[in-house]
Design a protein around this ligand. Structure first.
Ligand SMILES: Nc1ncnc2c1ncn2[C@@H]1O[C@H](COP(=O)(O)OP(=O)(O)OP(=O)(O)O)[C@@H](O)[C@H]1O
Ligand SMILES: [Mg+2]
Length: 242
């Protein structure tokens, strides 16, 4: 579904990605792990088109998307939960969700919009109760639901998540992982950058470990989760006991 080849991205003379090869197949949950500064966020931002690459190729469903603007990538079916949630605190939950549908212009037809909102509310019933509440007054866990729900409003086939569990209490992290597994069961493919290495590895079908802009290991989540040497070398501080 997603195929990345020899991807290079630099910020001025800081080379953040130095030749990334990565594939995500339809129906998989794939995790990207790695220490601070490894390049996880840079990779996610380049896939959605917020950053552009200097070299390499990104294909989505067999089509080169490198030259497409972000809105068009979203329209093709790539959704994103950005780093740090990025909700609009002075807008309601409903309004924040609706913003997620903007890229899919067709979905601004009221009937279709209500249908998308209903789908999100069926995943997160609590958001239906809070639809008129300002996003800025939500608890951390609720705000995270809005961030995931907003990504779902564009009806993605592939959902990208940049550390969606950051700052959540352990019980909410587990809830989020359960939600992500449910989304996969509903047919959404997931590519997730995560610091909670062990819980992400256990949930993921496959994982890639990044360090200083390169992939240093990859394989089935369960195999990497059992590789003590790898966990200690690259994920030392990120390894949780969940
Ligand atoms: N806007 C920027 N300008 C210059 N350098 C940047 C910029 N954003 C990121 N970098 C650098 O690119 C490298 C990769 O950063 P990136 O944010 O992709 O890492 P990360 O794996 O997401 O880290 P974290 O786990 O801390 O979120 C780092 O060395 C970082 O300092
Ligand atoms: Mg990051």
């Amino acid at each position: 579904m997603l195929k990345i080849s020899d991807l290079h991205v630099a910020y001025g003379n800081v080379r953040a990605l130095r030749g990334i090869d990565l594939e995500v197949n339809a129906g998989e949950i794939v995790a990207i792990l790695g220490p601070n500064g490894a390049g996880k966020s840079t990779l996610i931002k380049t896939i959605i088109g917020v950053l552009s690459s200097q070299r390499g190729a990104i294909e989505f469903e067999g089509r080169a998307i490198d030259a497409l603007p972000t809105a068009q990538r979203i329209r093709l079916g790539i959704g994103t939960i950005p780093e740090g949630r990025q909700l609009f605190p002075d807008m309601s939950v409903r309004e924040n969700l609706i913003l997620g549908a903007y890229a899919q212009l067709g979905l601004l037809v009221p009937a279709s919009l209500d249908e998308s909102l209903d789908r999100v509310f069926s995943v997160f019933p609590r958001l239906r109760e809070r639809a008129r509440q300002l996003a800025g007054s939500l608890s951390g866990g609720e705000a995270q639901m809005v961030a995931v729900g907003r990504a779902l409003m564009s009806r993605p086939k592939l959902l990208l998540g940049d550390e969606p569990s950051l700052g959540l209490a352990p019980i909410l992290v587990r809830e989020l992982l359960v939600t992500i597994s449910r989304l996969r069961d509903a047919g959404i493919t997931v590519l997730l950058a995560d610091q909670n290495a062990l819980s992400a590895l256990r949930m993921a079908d496959r994982a890639y470990v990044m360090n200083t802009g390169r992939i240093v290991a990859s394989g089935p989540g369960a195999v990497l989760a059992g590789d003590q040497r790898l966990l200690q070398a690259y994920l030392g501080s990120g390894v949780d006991k969940a």
